[in-house]
Design a protein around this ligand. Structure first.
Ligand code: TXA
Ligand code: MG
Length: 318
């Protein structure tokens, strides 16, 4: 059920029900993070393995940073500069803290985010608890960027708070703050150079492995095969596909007779449209998707990351 009634959604969350809600990155599937019962419903509905930790959301930066006693200075700079916004920070947990074990999948780290989306903030603000929320899609599928995408994933019984199409369109940048230097675990709208600019530190790979299943090789996958090309000319080399039954995203013009074409003039627009385009291609019966890869610059790196992961599922999708 899609609703615009924020009060109703706050009440539902408070009562331990699930509420999907818009954020500037993608739609989240929320539950109060302090209730194991509520959080369990997320794992059940998404069919997500229980040890995959969830991001905890709130509207207040100070409250977000109070979640852990282990906040390095560079994390404070990141928070000051990029919250509210499309960034998730991961901190070490203190023994016996107030964070719910179920919500963080039993891990000794915790991920938090303060979204900037107006409706998300209006929902989170009156909640006296963190809202645990993964992207509101079935496990391994494409994240939703519109309320109707969430309904496509889970049907009409779920409460979905309406909001316009997610502006960024890709999941938040995840930055681990558990070591002496920041480490970007998932690319997003906040880039490597943003991190360097405000912290004077280069993002480095972690010395220890921490669980971040979003880095799985075949996440974010549409149900039809995705082919990546560097430029328009390379399309002619795709001998497996019939252009008439395929869709194309990226680039600035195409004379080829694709069934669906989405031209983009900026990488921001590419990111904004990508997941909706995947779904639209599925819906109109395309047999394949072709994407022209952006250069790995700014949000182009995040787009490439999602494209590569989505195209890795090709064999399974067939
Ligand atoms: O933009 C976003 O981040 C959206 C919106 C709703 O906030 N959420 C989202 O959640 O993408 P999800 O669960 O689909 O992806 C979060 C990723 C997962 O790969 C999870 O493993 C990782 O973040 N993660 C969460 N908590 C973690 C933790 N404590 N340690 C390591 N990775 C963590
Ligand atoms: Mg997800």
């Amino acid at each position: 059920m899609i609703t615009t009634d924020i009060e109703f959604c706050v009440e539902a969350l408070t009562n331990g029900e699930l509420v999907a809600f818009p954020t500037e990155t993608v739609f989240g599937l929320g539950a109060r993070a302090d209730s194991a019962l509520a959080v369990d419903k997320i794992f059940e509905l998404k069919q997500r393995p229980k040890d995959h930790p969830l991001i905890l959301h709130c509207s207040n930066i100070d409250i977000a940073l109070a979640i852990s006693p282990y906040i390095p200075d560079y994390a404070k700079s990141l928070a000051e500069n990029f919250w509210p916004g499309p960034m998730t920070l991961i901190f070490k947990r203190a023994l016996g803290d107030a964070v719910n074990d179920e919500a963080v999948g039993g891990h000794d780290t915790v991920a938090v985010r303060v979204p900037s989306h107006k409706i998300a903030r209006a929902l989170l603000e009156p909640c006296g608890f963190f809202v645990a929320a993964p992207s509101a899609n079935r496990f391994g599928r494409v994240s939703p960027t519109k309320a109707e995408h969430v309904v496509q994933e889970f049907g009409d019984d779920l409460i979905v708070l309406d909001g316009e199409q997610s502006q960024v369109g890709l999941e938040s940048t995840i930055i681990s703050c558990v070591e002496d230097t920041p480490s970007i675990l998932r690319f997003g709208a906040i880039t490597n150079s943003d991190v360097l600019r405000v912290t004077n530190l280069e993002s480095k790979p972690l010395t220890q492995r921490i669980a971040a299943p979003g880095t799985l090789e075949n996440h974010y996958a549409p149900s039809i095969p995705l082919y990546l090309v560097e430029n328009e000319a390379e399309i002619d080399g795709l001998t497996d596909i019939e252009i008439e039954n395929a869709s194309l995203i990226g680039g600035s013009e195409s004379k080829r007779p694709f069934k669906l074409v989405k031209m983009v003039s900026t990488y921001e627009q590419y990111a904004h449209e990508l997941y909706d385009f995947f779904r639209e291609s599925e819906k109109i019966g395309c047999k394949a998707i072709v994407a022209i890869k952006p250069i790995a610059e700014g949000i182009g790196s995040a787009i490439n990351d999602r494209l590569v992961k989505a195209s890795n599922s090709k064999e399974e999708a067939k």
